[in-house]
Design a protein around this ligand. Structure first.
Ligand SMILES: Nc1ncnc2c1ncn2[C@@H]1O[C@H](COP(=O)(O)OP(=O)(O)OP(=O)(O)O)[C@@H](O)[C@H]1O
Ligand SMILES: [Mg+2]
Length: 293
């Protein structure tokens, strides 16, 4: 028997508690997340929409997981401005599993206080060792009431089996999008560049930074020029990422941000950003800091 389609409104309205959505790239995860959020809002419920996709994000900038509070159907019009962020520092979901899982768990914990429904949209990394580990440990920490698996033809069965066997997860499978064209890699790069550009709106500010404000901390004798154009998470003292910053070295080290209210420290990411094109280059922090592979 086939999986039910996404248009089943009764099924959508039945979602409650913490709902985690999994599926391959372009399967319709974000579309389903929006539908679930909308159905709950129509019923007068408060929704926390958590976006853990790092590359083509809906909420907040790339390299971060973000939370958006939705209190009325009108709030669905723009999901891009995050109310809360956790910095992961990469656009590669296959690396940085710890940071992703910790960030999402922290946002879910925050959301539990107020939300009637918490919807977690995720990246399309669902296969192989990395995909299974990422989703398994996310579910382990987040303890979803329901996992919604959006699949085309049984491709999620290994992951679904694992979530059921080891976590007794309650999994609902739904039929994936068979219509719309998948986004090409070039389109994904363009979407990401636009989202990075939106994270650095004019007028930008430049703040001189001390080498002692970083996490991870810089080794003795570190040449600060190596941080030029690296992305950082601008952090407060409560583990929250306030916004993204970009480092600039020109005899002194500065951070370029849209604001520094409450800035306590800077988390170094693993991405260099071109300020003209907003295209990224991946950086290995071990190599950057210690010259190690
Ligand atoms: N049930 C559906 N029927 C027809 N088209 C759909 C359906 N669900 C999604 N789409 C279309 O498919 C495309 C991909 O959908 P969506 O962005 O929701 O997928 P995704 O799994 O979140 O993708 P990504 O891996 O990029 O996060 C979009 O163009 C969307 O409009
Ligand atoms: Mg998506």
């Amino acid at each position: 028997m086939g999986d039910p389609a996404l248009g089943d409104t009764e099924l959508l309205s039945s979602a409650e508690g913490v709902v985690m959505i999994i599926g391959a790239p372009d399967s319709g995860k974000t579309t389903l997340a929006r539908k679930l959020a909308d159905a709950a809002l129509q019923d007068g419920r408060t929704v926390a929409y958590i976006d853990s996709d790092l590359a083509c994000t809906t909420v907040g900038p790339p390299t971060c997981v973000g939370l958006k509070w939705l209190r009325s159907p009108a709030d669905m019009a723009d999901l891009t401005q995050a109310d809360d962020l956790r910095f992961v520092g990469s656009i590669r979901p296959d690396r940085f599993i710890l940071q992703q899982v910790a960030g999402v768990a922290s946002l879910v914990e925050t959301a539990r206080t107020e939300a009637d429904l918490i919807v977690i949209d995720t990246s399309g990394t669902v296969s192989g060792v990395v995909g299974q580990r990422l989703k398994y440990h996310k579910a382990e920490l987040v303890r979803p009431d329901t996992v919604w698996a959006v699949q085309r033809g049984g491709e999620l069965e290994p992951l679904v089996g694992l979530l059921r066997r080891f976590l007794s997860a309650n999994v609902v499978t739904v039929a994936a999008n068979r219509g719309g064209l998948p986004m090409s890699p070039e389109e994904r790069v363009d979407v990401r560049a636009a989202r990075f550009a939106a994270a650095f709106p004019a007028p930008l500010q430049r703040w001189r930074v001390l080498p002692t404000v970083f996490a991870p901390s810089l080794p003795a004798g570190f040449d600060l020029v190596r941080l030029h154009r690296m992305i950082v998470g601008v952090h407060d003292r409560q583990g929250r990422c306030l916004c993204l910053g970009m480092l600039e070295y020109d005899e002194v080290l500065r951070v370029i941000t849209s604001g520094n209210q409450g800035m306590a420290g800077l988390q170094i990411g693993s991405v260099r950003l071109d300020p003209e094109t907003f295209r990224t280059t991946s950086v290995r922090l071990n190599e950057l800091m210690f010259g190690l592979g």
